[in-house]
Design a binder for this molecule. Sequence first.
Ligand code: ZN
Length: 340
Amino acid sequence: MMEEKIKQLHQEILDFSAGDKQAVEAFRLKYISKKGVLADLFEDLKQVPVEQKKNIGKVLNELKQAAEAKFAALNESVESSSSSADSGMDLSLPPVQNKIGNFHPLTQTRARIIEIFERLGFNVADGPEVEDDWHNFSALNFPENHPAREMQDTFFVEKNPDILLRTHTSNVQIRLMEKQKPPIRAIMPGRVYRNEAISARAHCFFHQVEGLYVDKNVGFADLKQTLYHFAKEMYGKDVKMRFRPSYFPFTEPSAEIDVTCLICKGKGCNVCKYSGWVEIAGSGMVHPNVLRNCGIDSEEYTGFAFGMGIERVTMLRYQINDLRLFSENDIRFLRQFQGG
Ligand SMILES: [Zn+2]
């Protein structure tokens, strides 16, 4: 009897399970395709006597809906299980660590230098990189014919009046002394520019930190003690330091400062040119002309100033032998300075 057959099929459809796409396709072919069981039953329905047609038609339609719902459910379950298998994702693996990056080695050294001087009571001062002649040269006691003013050493933005890219951060010292009365105790970190051929030892831009201390009774002993403290903090307490007489237009007397070579510990190597010493800074007592140029009474006040290259300090700190590495942005180089 037809009604019995439909009931049986209904149960069969509900119980059907498929593990893969082939089984789902088999289900479709067997039950709901044009040559499937359901199509046959609808064909058979035409032969059913009129008084039974309504009843059998109803259960047959229910069977059809059940078969279509089952087909959709089978498809969905097969697809969701295969998509997680195909992606090859292994949920038991440990998560990938987020790389948060690190500061540039020059930034790390700059931060360390600031930290050391801030503990001695120095403030951080800033100033423009595009500067006029007065703040970069004239106020610093550079004579009119000094070679640093020539085109081959300085990048000029304009001539007459001269506007240039600062060749040192001393312009910040001048600006500070012009607007602030002593005592002044500040360091000036920043980028500077010189018209030099790029090599392992020179670049057309680099970074400096200068320091300035102006007050009553500031003497050369203060300068020595301050820089000695810095060298010990920066390079370790066993470092030795020496002052060599030198000349700068803006300081009198002037001295260059060397520390024992950290690479050979003073025995001599190619970095220190077999002298055992490496120059780290220039320094001196601020020239009275410079104080007067900034409106400070040079009879009442004295001061010391110093300047060092951040690249040089960093090269010594990490034993780097080529200045160009700092600006090439090679990730293999930069990645070696984690933790800053
Ligand atoms: Zn050496």
